[in-house]
Design a protein around this ligand. Structure first.
Ligand code: F6R
Length: 242
């Protein structure tokens, strides 16, 4: 595991973007797993800059997002489809046919989850998976007490996640209670993992993830067992580490 501690959010975003960019440059048809939330926004901006400077070509890249709220369509501004399109995809030359995000309005959850897993298999697996981390230790929407062996599946969102994500909605009542998420098994199969975290409110979970027991109570603790993980933290998120 490689841990990089940087001064601030801007530096984390630049470092993360360079890692993603190097994958795309070395393997133009890379499959990249993507996250939403506040943390990777700066990385997306930095990648857009690199694209505008003609360092990277996304035309052969395939992406797989970690998750989507159940019941939100792609036109809904709170959906992760909408977030990804507006914050990243519309600014680069990715083919929208190569973009994969679980479909929150699917008729059959089981079919949608199977389809998603098959699609990942079809491209030969995920080369690099970008992750954020929830204050409760979730990665994707794999909430505490999830089964480590789960693949893409429907999840019930934890109270802490609903509270944390309510900042994106008009009221907490509007936050969906369910989501479709890649499972821990899907995430752990990625050849490389890049986890990003910033801010004081992540410090405790970062410490627990790295030094605590490997337990479904803290889903991100499983990353201790992945053979190729890079983590980038700002000073505040890393403040409890030695
Ligand atoms: C997002 C996701 C979540 C977030 C996590 C941190 O697709 O899967 O696990 O990465 O909730 O969110 P932020 O970055 O908003 O603190």
């Amino acid at each position: 595991m490689r841990i990089i501690i940087v001064n601030d959010y801007a530096e984390m975003s630049q470092r993360a973007a360079r890692i993603v960019a190097s994958h795309v440059i070395l393997k133009p048809n890379s499959s990249i797993g993507l996250a939403t939330g506040s943390t990777p926004l700066g990385m997306y901006n930095a990648l857009i800059d690199l694209y505008n400077q003609e360092y990277i070509d996304f035309s052969k890249v395939t992406t797989f997002n970690l998750d989507e709220y159940y019941g939100l369509g792609s036109a809904n501004p709170q959906s992760y489809h909408y977030y990804m399109y507006n914050n990243f995809f519309k600014h680069i030359n990715i083919g929208m046919a190569n973009v994969n995000i679980p479909y929150g309005m699917c008729k059959s959850i089981e079919d949608e989850c199977n389809r998603y897993e098959e699609k990942i298999e079809e491209v030969g697996g995920i080369d690099l998976q970008v992750l954020g981390i929830g204050r409760n230790g979730h990665i994707g929407f794999n909430e505490p007490d999830i089964k480590f062996e789960a693949k893409t599946h429907m999840v019930n969102l934890d109270e802490d996640t609903i509270n944390a994500n309510s900042r994106f909605f008009k009221s907490i009542e509007e936050v969906p209670r369910k989501a479709i998420s890649m499972g821990i098994k899907t995430i752990m199969r990625a050849r490389k993992i890049l986890l990003l975290a910033v801010g004081k409110d992540k410090a405790k979970v970062i410490y627990q993830m790295l030094y605590g027991k490997i337990t479904p109570e803290l889903p991100a603790s499983i990353l201790q067992l992945h053979p190729d993980v890079t983590m980038i933290f700002d000073k505040e998120a890393a403040s409890l580490l030695e």
